[in-house]
Design a protein around this ligand. Structure first.
Ligand SMILES: NC(=O)c1ccc[n+]([C@@H]2O[C@H](COP(=O)([O-])OP(=O)(O)OC[C@H]3O[C@@H](n4cnc5c(N)ncnc54)[C@H](OP(=O)(O)O)[C@@H]3O)[C@@H](O)[C@H]2O)c1
Length: 334
């Protein structure tokens, strides 16, 4: 009897260089886990760009199937929590880094990593949201938890035309906040306006040296860029303002002073989507189903097949991808 095969993007390492290949694999190649999933969609995130190009030390062992998230249908289960036919979503937990991930038609994973597809979303929408959108929701929830309300003043979103940024803008707009979108791509202002941005600030206006304290401007901030941008945003926070740091697209170093914290009571909150605990994860997915308008989600998303991942992996690191990229792992290769 011939074994069932499935298609996967596989990364290997040779002389410290990361190489990719598309392979047809059999189920016995998959790692251990109590649930086998027929993957429907994955998505392309900044971290996937780092993994596939080998430009970041994201992959912990080789060979690796990258893809830090996926949605799909349970095909086999040894877990009491899931049965064949259940629709599931997975983001994080080291999948696509230390455990084979979503850039394949099958995945075998630990059941504790799976979240049920929330009511109101289909499998494709779940990956249009993906890790980036989930992180944007966690960021908005962190602002809310510190008491930020729509009437408090403008919220700045940096790296606004990227994946996390686009979802953050759409969510904040739906919730009634006034949003200033920071982007390095002036040509995408119309796009950001359709998602709900009210004002704009250029990437270079935040990515410059800042004084320890500048004019009090923002009541809240979601920063996907890090580095100098984060330092400048901190110096421009209003009294009692909250900054959520969730990304590093512009750098990892943070040179700032204590003044925003001790003279303006500013809070700097960190977001980690990978190890986020199950209860908060579930809440974030329900909120996404309720608060992210589907028409705006579809405006920010485009769909590719597995074979287009390597090209776009390079583009996402260069800040050239707009919004979100869904990967249809079952699309016929072009
Ligand atoms: N904390 C977590 O758990 C978590 C989860 C998901 C993602 N992230 C991080 O969040 C960041 C965004 O992820 P993503 O998937 O949304 O990536 P993305 O789609 O590439 O978005 C990043 C955006 O940042 C801006 N940008 C790119 N290079 C820049 C540079 N050199 N200087 C300043 N701005 C730059 C661009 O926006 P404009 O063109 O609009 O300027 C770009 O679209 C990444 O650093 C990622 O690792 C963290």
């Amino acid at each position: 009897m011939t074994q069932e095969t499935f298609r996967a993007l596989v990364l290997t390492q040779q002389d410290k260089d990361t190489r990719y290949a598309f392979q047809n694999l059999t189920l016995d190649a998959l790692p251990e886990g109590d649930v086998l999933v027929n993957v429907a969609y994955s998505s392309l995130n900044y971290k996937d760009g780092l993994a596939v190009t080998g430009k970041g030390k994201v992959v912990r062992k080789f060979p690796m199937v990258p893809g830090i998230d996926f949605s799909g249908v349970v095909a086999k289960s040894d877990s009491k929590d899931f049965k064949v036919g259940d629709e599931v979503v997975l983001t994080g937990w080291g999948v696509g880094e230390s455990h084979w991930g979503g850039f394949a038609q099958k995945a075998r994973v630990n059941s504790e990593w799976l979240t049920r597809l929330p009511r109101g979303l289909d499998l494709e929408q779940a990956m249009a949201i993906g890790t980036a959108g989930f992180t944007a929701m966690l960021s908005v929830m962190a602002l809310e938890d510190r008491g930020l309300k729509p009437g408090d003043g403008p919220v700045v979103v940096t790296g606004a035309a990227g994946g996390v940024g686009s979802v953050a803008v759409a969510l904040l707009a739906k919730l009634g906040y006034t949003i200033t979108a920071s982007t390095g791509r002036a040509e995408l202002r119309d796009y950001l306006e359709t998602l709900g941005a009210n004002e704009f600030i250029g990437r270079q206006d935040l990515g410059r040296d800042a004084k320890p304290l500048e004019k009090e401007t923002w009541a809240g901030a979601i920063d996907t860029v890090g580095g100098q941008t984060l330092a400048t945003v901190l110096s421009q926070m209003r009294y009692g303002g909250t900054v959520v740091a969730c990304g590093l697209a512009g750098g990892t170093a943070l040179e700032t002073t204590v003044f925003p914290f001790i003279l303006r009571g500013v809070a700097l909150l960190g977001i980690d989507s990978v190890m986020c605990e199950a209860k908060r994860r579930k809440r974030a997915w329900s909120r996404l189903a309720a608060d992210l308008p589907p028409d705006r989600l579809s405006k920010m998303t485009h769909k590719i097949g597995l074979s287009e991942i390597p090209r776009l992996a390079d583009s996402i690191l260069k800040g050239q991808v707009r919004g979100r990229v869904v990967v249809d792992v079952n699309a016929t290769p072009s």
